[in-house]
Design a protein around this ligand. Structure first.
Ligand SMILES: NC(=O)c1ccc[n+]([C@@H]2O[C@H](COP(=O)([O-])OP(=O)(O)OC[C@H]3O[C@@H](n4cnc5c(N)ncnc54)[C@H](O)[C@@H]3O)[C@@H](O)[C@H]2O)c1
Length: 348
C-alpha cells in the first residue's frame, strides 16, 4: 500500500474520524499491527483530536478535508456518533478510501444502502465493526451450526441485562438522543442482534413492548424491551429481552439455544463465556481464553476484540482472507432493529 518518501513500506495507512472512547481502541490496535500505520486523526472538537494524537504520538488534523486529501491514508475508521456514520462513510468512500464503520453501521436501512452504493461505485471496501463475532464461544457455536451438528433449532433466547447510569448519559452530548444515538437496541445491544443474525439468520413475526423504566429525562427512547419473533429459515422461536436498568452493574448478556441435539448457553456479560451445555457428544471444550471486556472507567461495554477486527481488515485488504462482517450483514442488523422498533408497542 502506501510508501513514505524513503520508499520504506509503512503498511496500510489509517486515519480516524471521531476521537472518543472507541477511537482509542482503533488507534492502539492500528499502531500495534506491523502492517499498519496510523497517519492522522480528526475530530470536530479539536481538543479531542489533540488528546488522541498526543496519547498515540500521531498527527491531529483540523479539517476532514485535510484527512481525506492525504494520499498516504488508504482507510479510515469512522468512530463518530451513530447518527453520522452514514455521512462520514460517504465522504470517506467518495474520497476514494476504504472505510471501517463502528457499530451500528447507520440508523436507517436506506442510509446503509447509500453507503453500499458508494463503496461499489468507488470500488472501495466497507467494513462494519462487530467484534463480538470473534468471541471464542461464538466461533465454536458458529462451527457447530456450519457443520449441522445442532440439528433442528427449536428456540433461541437472548437476554441483555446491563446498567447505564445517569453519569453515562450526562457525560455524552449524543448518547440518549433519538437522532444521534437511535435507541438502546442500536447503541447497547446491536452486537446481540448481530450474533443471533450471524448464527441463525433473519427473523419475522416480530412483536414487542418497550418501556423507559429508570431513565426518564436522560434518554429520548426506551431503556428496556421484550420481544418475541420467529426465525425465517428454521421456524425456531426467538425472544430478546433487554434492559439498561440492571441495578448498579452489568449483569448478563447471553444467548441460549434449544436444539434437537443440544442446549447451549453462551453468556457472561458479553457473550464471552460458556454458561451451560448439554450436547449429544460434541461438548465445546478447550476454548481459548476470551479477551476482556472494554472498560471505559465508569461503565463497561462489549468485548475488546478490536485487535482481531483490525487484523481482519488488513488480511482482507491484502487478499489473505474474507471480511468478518460485510456491509450487507451490517445493513441487515440495522434493518432488523428498525423493524423491531416499528413493530413494538410502548408501555407507559
Ligand atoms: N464496537 C464496540 O463495541 C463499540 C464500543 C463503543 C462505542 N462504539 C461505537 O463507536 C462510536 C463512537 O462511540 P464512543 O463511545 O467512542 O463515543 P464518544 O462520544 O466517546 O466519541 C465520539 C467522538 O466523535 C466526535 N464527533 C462527533 N461528531 C463528529 C463529526 N461530525 N466529525 C468528527 N468527529 C465528530 C465527538 O467529538 C467525539 O469525540 C459509536 O457509533 C458507538 O456506537 C462501538
Amino acid at each position: 500500500m502506501n510508501k513514505n518518501s524513503n520508499m520504506i513500506d509503512t503498511g496500510i495507512g489509517f486515519g480516524i474520524i471521531g476521537c472518543g472512547a472507541i477511537a482509542d481502541r482503533h488507534a492502539k490496535h492500528i499502531i500495534e499491527h506491523k502492517e499498519a500505520t496510523l497517519v492522522s486523526v480528526f475530530d470536530n472538537k479539536t481538543e479531542k483530536a489533540n488528546q488522541l494524537a498526543t496519547k498515540h504520538k500521531v498527527q491531529a488534523v483540523t479539517s476532514l478535508k485535510e484527512l481525506l486529501d492525504n494520499k498516504t491514508i488508504d482507510i479510515v475508521s469512522v468512530c463518530t456518533p451513530n447518527g453520522i456514520h452514514h455521512q462520514c462513510a460517504l465522504e470517506v468512500l467518495n474520497a476514494g478510501k476504504h472505510v471501517i464503520v463502528e457499530k451500528p453501521m447507520a440508523l436507517k436501512r436506506e442510509h446503509c444502502e447509500e453507503m453500499i452504493e458508494a463503496a461499489l461505485k468507488n470500488n472501495r471496501q466497507l467494513f462494519v465493526v462487530k467484534q463480538n463475532r470473534f468471541n471464542p464461544p461464538i466461533q465454536a457455536v458458529k462451527k457447530l451450526m456450519d457443520e449441522n451438528k445442532l440439528g433442528k433449532i427449536y428456540a433461541v433466547m437472548v437476554n441483555c441485562f446491563w446498567n447505564r447510569n445517569e453519569k453515562y448519559y450526562k457525560n455524552s452530548d449524543w448518547k440518549g438522543s433519538q437522532e444521534l444515538d437511535g435507541g438502546t437496541l442500536f447503541t447497547q445491544f446491536s452486537h446481540f442482534v448481530d450474533i443471533f443474525y450471524y448464527l441463525f439468520g433473519d427473523i419475522q413475526n416480530i412483536q414487542g413492548v418497550l418501556k423507559n423504566c429508570s431513565h426518564q429525562g436522560m434518554i429520548e427512547f426506551e431503556d428496556s424491551g421484550c420481544f418475541t419473533f420467529t426465525f425465517s429459515k428454521s421456524g425456531a422461536l426467538g425472544s430478546f429481552n433487554y434492559t439498561t436498568s440492571s441495578y448498579e452493574q452489568n449483569m448478563e448478556g447471553s444467548i441460549t439455544i434449544f436444539a434437537e441435539n443440544a442446549t447451549i448457553k453462551v453468556g457472561g456479560q458479553y457473550l464471552n463465556a460458556m454458561d451451560y451445555q448439554k450436547t449429544n457428544g460434541f461438548d465445546i471444550v478447550d476454548l481459548p481464553v476470551s479477551n476482556t471486556e472494554n472498560d471505559y472507567g465508569f461503565y463497561k461495554g462489549s468485548m475488546s476484540n478490536h485487535d482481531k477486527m483490525i487484523s481482519n481488515v488488513i488480511d482482507t485488504l491484502k487478499g489473505r482472507g474474507a471480511m468478518m462482517t460485510n456491509a450487507v450483514e451490517g445493513m441487515k442488523v440495522v434493518n432488523i432493529i428498525e423493524t423491531m422498533y416499528k413493530q413494538a408497542q410502548w408501555s407507559r
